[in-house]
Design a protein around this ligand. Structure first.
Ligand SMILES: [Zn+2]
Length: 149
């Protein structure tokens, strides 16, 4: 086993993806669903194989990534509070951010425009109110387009 491979094995999947992203190593492979191109992430062993082929991946870079704490970038609060929700609804004039239809306050869902998991903050400007169905469609679309970092 190559020494670099051993170092890469120690990293989590998230960190391997981050390492690839930071060094411009593409882990995407096109797939076709519903006539639209989508991307599927590689498995850990496949990501390691791709990274080993890149000359940009060095021992030093692997070490840097292994020290990085990814959860630090995330907002400690994931859910919008009542005040924020009211503010978002007010800004959107009680209309859905996706279809612009009238929202029913009892069936409204709140979503991060920049996903929370990708470092999106739980603040009013990053929030949007949606119908439950519209939210599902958006979430599904994100999943298909997902290029995870
Ligand atoms: Zn809607």
């Amino acid at each position: 086993m190559m020494p670099l491979e051993k170092d890469l094995q120690q990293l989590t999947l998230t960190k391997l993806k981050l390492l690839a992203k930071k060094n411009g190593v593409s882990l995407e492979r096109p797939r076709y669903d519903f006539g639209k191109p989508t991307y599927t992430a590689y498995k850990k062993s496949e990501i390691i194989a791709v990274l080993l082929k890149s000359s940009k991946i060095t021992k030093k870079k692997i070490k840097e990534i292994s020290k990085k704490e990814p959860t630090k970038d995330r907002d400690a609060n994931r859910a919008f509070n009542r005040t924020q929700k009211n503010e978002i609804l007010f800004q959107q004039d009680n209309k859905c951010a996706e279809c612009h239809g009238k929202l029913d306050p009892r069936a409204t869902e709140f979503d991060h425009e920049k996903p929370w998991a990708s470092g999106g903050r739980t603040i009013t400007v990053n929030g949007r109110a949606l119908h439950a169905d519209c939210h599902k469609i958006i979430t599904h679309r994100h999943r298909l387009e997902k290029v995870d970092g």
